[in-house]
Design a protein around this ligand. Sequence first.
Ligand code: NAG
Ligand code: NAG
Ligand code: NAG
Ligand code: NAG
Ligand code: NAG
Length: 791
Amino acid sequence: MEAGDGKEHFLKQRQVLIFFVLLGVAQAASEPRHYSVAEEMESGSFVANLLKDLGLEVNELAERGARVVSKGKKMRLHLDRQTGDLLLNEKLDREELCGLVEPCVLPFQVLLENPLQFFQADLRIRDINDHSPVFLDKEIILKISESITPGTTFLIERAQDLDVGSNSLQNYTLSPNSHFHLNLQDSPEGILPQLVLDKALDREERAEIRLTLTALDGGPPPRSGTALVRIEVLDSNDNAPEFTKLFYEVQVLEDSPIGFQVAMVSARDLDIGTNGEISYVFSQASEEIRKTFQINATSGELFLTQKLDFESIQTYTLNIQATDGGGLSGSCVVFVQVMDLNDNPPELTMSTFIDHIPENLQETITAVFSVSDPDSGDNGRMVCSIQDDLPFLLKPSVENFYTLVTNGALDRESQAEYNITITVSDLGTPRLKTQHNITVTVSDVNDNAPAFSQTTYTLRVRENNSPALHIGTVSATDRDAGANAQVTYSLLPPRDPHLPLASLVSINADNGQLFALRSLDYEALQAFEVRVGAADRGSPALSSQALVRVLVLDDNDNAPFVLYPLQNGSAPCTELVPRAAEAGYLVTKVVAVDGDSGQNAWLSFQLLKATEPGLFGVWAHNGEVRTARLLSERDAVRHRLLVLVKDNGEPPLSASVTLHVLLVDGFSQPYLPLPDVAAAEARADPLTVYLVIALASVSSLFLCSALAFVAVRLCRRSGAASGGGCAVPEGHFPGHLVDVSGAGTLSQSYQYEVCLAGGTGTSEFKFLKPIVPNFLGLGEERVSEANPFQG
Ligand SMILES: *[C@@H]1O[C@H](CO)[C@@H](O)[C@H](O)[C@H]1NC(C)=O
Ligand SMILES: *[C@@H]1O[C@H](CO)[C@@H](O)[C@H](O)[C@H]1NC(C)=O
Ligand SMILES: *[C@@H]1O[C@H](CO)[C@@H](O)[C@H](O)[C@H]1NC(C)=O
Ligand SMILES: *[C@@H]1O[C@H](CO)[C@@H](O)[C@H](O)[C@H]1NC(C)=O
Ligand SMILES: *[C@@H]1O[C@H](CO)[C@@H](O)[C@H](O)[C@H]1NC(C)=O
């Protein structure tokens, strides 16, 4: 209501008021009168004219002392007593007076005196839109987790508007955005603004959203107030860690050291804070993987904690999980491939090994073995070899198996043992190899007979040995071994069945020593041959034989024996020498033999004693006795010469012979022997005739055998000279000695001759004498010369 247009209105009200006052006199002011005024009117503004309402005259107001009373001290209304206008005493602020209470009514009374009269009245103060909506906080902060689902509502603080009614808050608006809209809700307290989440928040996309909230009231014109709504998006663990690669493939050499960094995995988590803190762990890892690898939980570095071995494990598949603080996780796979290195030498496994192989067998299997190398590729390919110079062959059989066989027959005697080095090497880089040494022993087979060190042994024994003398040793060796090489010796039956072998020698079966069983006599047996056998103990036994030639060596055990002149006869021979003989006339020849041989039989002659020294001389080497000078009449008729015959043995043995020489004047008349001898010879005995005949036949027989002997001897000498042997070379003969070994036979013929002459002494026998030497003279001239009866 405006004060300007109120005259008519005022009159109508005045009439109504009067009517009521008239009524009210009786009823004592029962009906209050209502007035209204807008707030914020200037003081003195007209509110209403009371005259009509009260039914009073203009001057009545002043006369009766009309006034306005109200509760409280403050007099907000003033009554103009002249006009009856009710005026505002001051500016009224509805909000101050009533706050939110609507309607805002100030009750008052109009008091009249004389008579006392009350009029109840009230003044309603009408609201005008004099306040804008106001937010208490200019900035509203909302913390909303990004995980909140759309549709969720968030109450926000309301704005305040002191005005009431349509002037109060009517509407809110929100700046356009993609995440929220505003929901207004009526409530007894007014409109409640709510933010409704339309679309899920994503902190990772936008961490803060700023919106402007505007509050509007309804007054004409509407007023507004704004506030900034700051929405902080709270992180929620809505992002799982994500690996940059889902599959890692790495290759690691198997000799990589402990601590080697195999790989480094990394995952990303868009969340922040603990939601973004990633720790890496193995997931579903076997014990083996846990032993072999270690992962740094914070950095994702993958280390080796133990040595890899291609041969046991070639690949590892590691599942690695990255977990953030909120418990979300992601995973990746690391495929670790172990690269082979040639770190394993080949290995050899012996399956069968026969270390003793009999000799003389063809192709024998000695060993069966297998080779292996855990490495792969060339590192695991192998070659197998043995030394080149062995009679063995390596034969590959089934896969990686080899047999070692002999390449033909072995001979224990040439090599009894083979050290075989089997070398297995792989083809890797570097090449690794394994050596296996085996020793194969060749076992013996009795394939060798004992062999004597010589096929012929020549043993020399001095005669007159002591019995059971060790005369020599034969030895045979057997190249076999063991019993096959144990040699026993034996004597074999002699070729000459008459040789009394059993009494001559014996042999030690074990060591081949030969013993002379009895004393040997060179003069009886100069040599003999024995066959010895050697046999081994193999089965079957093998044997061989050798010839042992035993030579009996001569000892000087025989003194020279004088054949002529005969010494044991009672009537010694007497040589006749004509006095007319010239110097050097051969008187006779002393003939001697020696049973020994060699030096022991080399004889020398020496004139030991003579009746007249100087008349006769003896030739040392042939025993010829010759006159040394012309004979004279003064020389005695009889002479006696003592001749010493000495051999060259050590010590020398000797014999002496006495010669009787008779000097005669001529050969015309036969000179009779010594008177005493002649007496004996005179007794001619018819028995002698038979004896002579017997002797003659014996002599001729002897002659024959002697000739044969000479022939044999000559033959043998020529043989010995060419073939060596035991013969003493001719040149070694001392000059003064005579070898009677050849002449001995002649001497023997002499012996018989002389014995005939000396033994019987008859003239008939002497007459026969020249015949015998004539036979002999065919062989040796000197002997015939020596015959004193010749010529
Ligand atoms: C609030 O304001 C909006 C936009 O200005 C309008 O569309 C809506 O009808 C209003 N609401 C009320 C209750 O007046
Ligand atoms: C893991 O790696 C981090 C960063 O490289 C390092 O500081 C930490 O010491 C490592 N932890 C272990 C257990 O090695
Ligand atoms: C074999 O080896 C052994 C021991 O090393 C050795 O005594 C022997 O002489 C060797 N044999 C051969 C035939 O090399
Ligand atoms: C095998 O024998 C060879 C040659 O005799 C030798 O060099 C090598 O050391 C031996 N090997 C073994 C393992 O005994
Ligand atoms: C002398 O010796 C020879 C030969 O030894 C013999 O035959 C002869 O009977 C012996 N004479 C005497 C008388 O002893």
